[in-house]
Design a protein around this ligand. Structure first.
Ligand code: SF4
Length: 111
């Protein structure tokens, strides 16, 4: 077998591999960025420790005197881009989503 035949076979083999893998790569590109994370329950241990509430206006003012009703997850610096369902992934609660109108004691004014 000549050197050119071997090179041609190698080229055809790689071309076929590339053609076969294209739909897989294309299929991955069509996947949604990520599924919606589940809602953070208010009775989650960390959520309770940080006074997380789905509605910032209902936070216990006596327990959190520095809280203001206009502070919420949407204007907090620790949330990530909204999910398709409008809820927000949060750096403090990995794997869960918080309500845009929610609040917790880790609130930091959006920069
Ligand atoms: S850290 Fe910010 S975005 Fe996360 S739950 Fe607390 S207030 Fe909401």
């Amino acid at each position: 077998m000549s050197e050119s035949n071997t090179s041609r076979r190698r080229f055809i083999k790689f071309a076929m591999l590339g053609a076969a893998s294209a739909p897989i790569v294309g299929g991955l590109a069509l996947q949604p960025a990520s599924a919606n994370l589940p809602a953070l329950p208010e009775d989650d241990a960390t959520a309770k420790a940080l006074g997380y509430h789905e509605d910032s206006t209902k936070v216990d003012a006596a327990k959190y005197p520095n809280h203001k009703n206009d502070q919420n997850c949407l204007n907090c610096n620790l949330h990530q881009p909204p999910q398709a369902d409008g809820r927000l992934p949060c750096a403090i609660f990995p794997g869960k989503s918080v309500n845009a109108k929610g609040w917790c004691a880790a609130w930091v004014k959006k920069a």
